[in-house]
Design a binder for this molecule. Structure first.
Ligand code: CO
Length: 151
């Protein structure tokens, strides 16, 4: 088990646009495995590579029983809209409502470079959108409609 340090808001790395992955090698697999350990440890719904200091288009999402590794992901279809509370492991203590599509279809590659599509609704769709935003330097706090106070 290898935990990586989670980059916190204020670090310019979170505002950069990530480059596509071109080599689906052992290094990528180690990154994905470390990100999974880090996400489980932090008890989050998703984690993007820039959050562990890697400027590549890699994200993982874990919602209920669903777990996805998304390499070079793109949202190819959206449907509906839902405004719900959201948070981010890079912005501890901040929670606010964000409007996201209710359903999304994502096209991505797996850790071996094989293309696949994944569909999600509700929280899963929200997690896809949140993590893919990270790859373009966008943080959920940019989109907050209403802040929640956390005790
Ligand atoms: Co986040």
């Amino acid at each position: 088990m290898a935990l990586r340090n989670i980059v916190k808001d204020g670090d310019p790395i979170l505002r950069k646009k990530c480059r596509p992955v071109t080599d689906f090698n052992e290094r990528l697999h180690v990154l994905l495995d470390d990100m999974k350990d880090t996400l489980i440890y932090a008890n989050g719904a998703g984690l993007a590579a820039p959050q562990v200091g890697i400027m590549r288009r890699v994200a993982i999402v874990s919602v209920d029983e669903d777990y996805f590794e998304l390499i070079n992901p793109e949202i190819i279809k959206t449907e509906g809209e839902e405004t719900s509370p959201e948070g981010c492991l890079s912005i501890p203590g901040v929670c606010g409502t964000v409007s996201r599509p209710y359903k999304v279809t994502v096209k991505a590659q797996d850790r071996f470079g094989k293309e696949f599509t994944a569909k999600g609704e509700g929280l899963l769709a929200r997690a896809f959108c949140h993590e893919i935003d990270h790859l373009d330097g966008i943080l959920f706090k940019d989109k907050i409609i209403e802040y929640y106070e956390e005790d």
